[in-house]
Design a protein around this ligand. Structure first.
Ligand SMILES: C[S@@+](CC[C@H](N)C(=O)[O-])C[C@H]1O[C@@H](n2cnc3c(N)ncnc32)[C@H](O)[C@@H]1O
Length: 271
């Protein structure tokens, strides 16, 4: 079954503000894989579960057309507000029913999203829409984030780990796919040409305020907020204070470096 946890307008607004683009390293791996399989120019890329479009717009220089789809109208509304990519369009629809023709897609991506879908139905849909030798790329960062700041990275990462423990009871069971590095999803892909890469670490500098914002985009935080609003808000205040205290900083504009461990699954439909 698919899951809908990203419907709220406030949640979508947080997404728009605090989610970031996929790293160039991941994009390079994806694009060189597509280049190996299909001649240029590449036609259509579809980014499924696109949220507010951070993982969609980045595809626009590499493809003639890009379509971002998401089941949440609120997320698609935010995505459409961002100007500047004339070859990118968006559609609110389930991942299991993508509004494109059979064998029409060069690359299908799902960034931090495939684990939410009905995997069996989705993989059938992927097979319907990919061209022969069309590619899929499913990727996500894994839960174990590291927070680095001067010589107090261990304490900073511990604060983040405490956040994860507080939020663990509010985590949806589908997140186990991410924790296990998409192993089951990888196994379920019906193509023999496929690979799963787990060793990609991306290091993103961001102000502490952005890290606090990122935590608030997590579906498990949003579930906590709905269930225990006062406790959830208090957790954010406490976490911010703990970070600032460890850093010896007075402003959340102080910059930390967040290390994300990622998984990338690539596969190619047979000729
Ligand atoms: C964690 S967000 C990732 C968004 C974006 N790809 C990014 O990297 O910022 C997951 C997205 O998947 C969408 N989603 C969940 N289940 C879906 C489904 N069955 N069909 C389409 N989108 C879905 C959610 O609405 C949400 O926007």
């Amino acid at each position: 079954m698919s899951v809908q946890l990203f419907e709220g307008k406030q949640h979508a607004a947080y997404y728009h503000k605090f989610r970031f683009e996929p790293s160039q390293e991941i994009l390079d791996l994806i694009f060189s894989y597509v280049d190996e399989k299909l001649p240029k120019p590449h036609g259509l890329a579809v980014d499924v579960g696109c949220g507010t479009g951070q993982s969609t717009r980045i595809l626009s220089p590499y493809f003639q057309k890009v379509l971002g789809t998401d089941i949440s109208e609120a997320q698609i509304e935010e995505a459409k507000k961002v100007p500047g990519s004339p070859n990118v369009t968006y559609s609110a629809c389930p991942a299991e029913e993508v509004p494109v023709g059979d064998a029409s897609v060069d690359l299908l991506t799902a960034c931090a999203a495939v684990h939410w879908f009905d995997i069996e139905k989705f993989l059938k849909e992927v097979d319907r829409i990919l061209k022969p030798r069309g590619c899929l790329a499913f990727f996500s960062y894994l839960p174990r984030l590291e927070v680095h700041y001067k010589d107090c990275s261990e304490q900073m990462s511990q604060v983040f780990s405490d956040v994860e423990s507080t939020l663990a009871p509010y985590q949806h069971e589908k997140v186990h796919h991410v924790k296990t590095g998409y192993k089951e999803i990888f196994e379920a892909i019906p193509y023999t040409d496929k690979r799963r890469i787990e060793s990609i670490v991306t290091k993103i500098p961001m102000p502490l305020s952005a890290l606090i914002g990122l935590i608030q985009t997590f579906s498990m935080f949003q579930t906590y907020l709905r269930t225990e609003p006062e406790k959830a808000k208090e957790m954010i205040r406490t976490v911010e204070q703990r970070f600032l205290q460890i850093m010896g900083a007075s402003s959340t504009e102080a910059v930390v470096e967040v290390w994300f461990h990622n998984v990338l699954v690539l596969a190619c439909k047979p000729q």
